[in-house]
Design a binder for this molecule. Structure first.
Ligand code: SAH
Ligand code: SF4
Ligand code: F3S
Length: 434
């Protein structure tokens, strides 16, 4: 020990990867690695990758191409690939990219320190098992350092839903929930270190079953932690929004009025082909029920255009659904063929049609985002301040509705204040402290 090596991690993909990267950094702390934000300064580089769309996966190989140059002058530099590309492609990465020393799948991060010992002996290491043991239980305890006011906490991993377009069930494996007691312990520890907002993460977070009362039960227990001011959760599946969770939105003060609830399409024909197991109508009814509990809640969603078999009438149904919901913010994508998923084998929609539909959808979603921001002007909102804004003297944070808000004032990070919204720009709001 004591040599003080440096680790650089580049994170792609979803928030679960962000959380995993933190935990990998902590695990490597046990081997005397400290994080650096400079790849050219690192003894080890880890790419924590995403396989969700073709572009995401291709990025990894182009990044590895660039890293090759770094390795030329520094033969001791170790390069590792983690995350969903590691899981999906495994040994193929080592074959295609000989400069890669280590490949580790998302369920094996607790084995990373031991794998790095193998690298130190000059070996290459590969582990893409789905081991029986819980990786979180075997990962190093989180160090006691002070933390930013907002933190992620993974409570559930994996997915059993098998949407016909999606790689996640293959890269992350079956649904597994962490025991509630461990999550509560980790949350208490985060709060002791300055965290005031926790976002519970899972590929299907509302399928969480590590608590007798499901996700709602866990949220109610977390709400009892002194000093934890805000709770959020993502990503939810419409079919797992049970009555208890809907009720929690009306009853748990700490649960914030923002919900990411992906629907993917507004056409029942496409939803069926996607294996989503819900209809446009059932989704709209669900939205109504949640709004009845929490009228000011903002929804966000995910959409895929150009799924195999989607025609103009199906796309129109998606536009109609968007108009009916009125979202606060959304993510939308062209369907991307993923090897090994059922939809990859079907006749594909023409690229130009996909591009055209995406443009029309994004223009509508952009209007809705703008309208939902403009509607905040004149309102009083809670803001959790996190870090200085771009301009001098500015402080920025997130509103209850997850809007980025900045004020011209000196406020300490971690302060939760009331703010009157005075302006709305492209992706943020401005306001004044009350
Ligand atoms: N568990 C989450 C989604 C994870 S992937 C959920 O069920 O919502 C995030 C988003 O990526 C998905 O909601 C979907 O809109 C998009 N996505 C997934 N696979 C895709 C593909 N093959 N092509 C395009 N977009 C995809
Ligand atoms: Fe993918 Fe569907 Fe599972 Fe979400 S619910 S992770 S989109 S298979
Ligand atoms: Fe990507 Fe894996 Fe997350 S494929 S979106 S990093 S679960």
């Amino acid at each position: 020990m004591g040599q003080g090596k440096k680790l650089f991690i580049k994170t792609y993909g979803c928030q679960m990867n962000v959380y995993d990267s933190e935990r990998m950094a902590e695990a490597m702390g046990t081997r005397d690695y400290a994080l650096t934000d400079r790849p050219d300064d690192a003894d080890m580089i880890l790419l924590n990758t995403c396989h969700i769309r073709e572009k995401a996966a291709e990025k990894v190989y182009s990044e590895l191409g660039r890293m090759k140059a770094l390795k030329v002058g520094r033969p001791d530099l170790k390069i590792g690939v983690a995350g969903c590309v590691a899981q999906a492609e495994g040994a193929e990465i080592m074959r295609r990219a000989p400069m890669v020393d280590l490949v580790v799948g998302p369920q094996s991060y607790h084995r990373l320190p031991a794998m790095s010992d193998a690298l130190a002996r000059g070996e290459r290491a590969l582990d893409t098992d789905f081991p029986e043991e819980d990786k979180f239980a075997h990962l190093a305890a989180r160090p006691k350092a002070q933390r930013a006011p907002s933190a992620f906490l993974t409570v559930q991993e994996g997915c059993d839903k098998f949407c016909a377009f999606c790689v996640v069930p293959y890269t992350r494996g079956a649904e597994v929930s962490r025991p509630a007691a461990r999550i509560i312990e980790e949350a208490r520890d985060l709060v002791e270190r300055g965290v005031r907002e926790i976002t519970l993460l899972g590929q299907n977070v509302n399928a969480y079953h590590g608590h007798d009362g499901g996700l709602a039960g866990l949220i109610r227990d977390l709400a009892g932690i002194d000093g934890l001011a805000r709770i959020r959760y993502t990503t939810s599946h419409p079919n797992d929004m049970d009555d208890a969770l809907i009720a929690a939105h009306g009853e748990v003060e700490q649960l914030m009025p923002y919900l990411h609830l992906p629907v993917q399409s507004g056409s029942d024909k496409v939803l069926k082909a996607m294996n989503r197991k819900h209809t446009a109508e059932s989704y709209l009814r669900l939205i109504e029920r949640i709004r009845a509990m929490r009228p000011d809640i903002l929804f966000s969603g995910d959409f895929i255009v150009g799924f195999p078999g989607e025609d103009e009438a199906d796309f129109d149904a998606t536009m109609d659904l968007v108009r009916a919901v009125h979202y606060g913010q959304c993510y939308s994508f062209k369907y991307s063929t993923r090897p090994g998923t059922p939809a990859a084998e079907r006749p594909q929609v023409d690229e130009d049609a996909k591009a055209d539909r995406l443009k029309r959808l994004q223009s509508l979603l952009g209007e809705q985002q703008r309208a939902s921001q403009d509607a905040m002007i004149g309102r009083e909102v809670g803001v959790l301040f996190e870090k200085p804004g771009r301009r001098a003297g500015q402080m920025g944070g997130k509103s209850d509705h997850l809007h980025a808000v900045h004020v011209q004032a000196d406020v300490a990070p971690g302060t939760l204040s009331r703010v009157r919204i005075t302006g709305s720009a492209a992706n943020s709001l401005s306001g004044e402290l009350i």
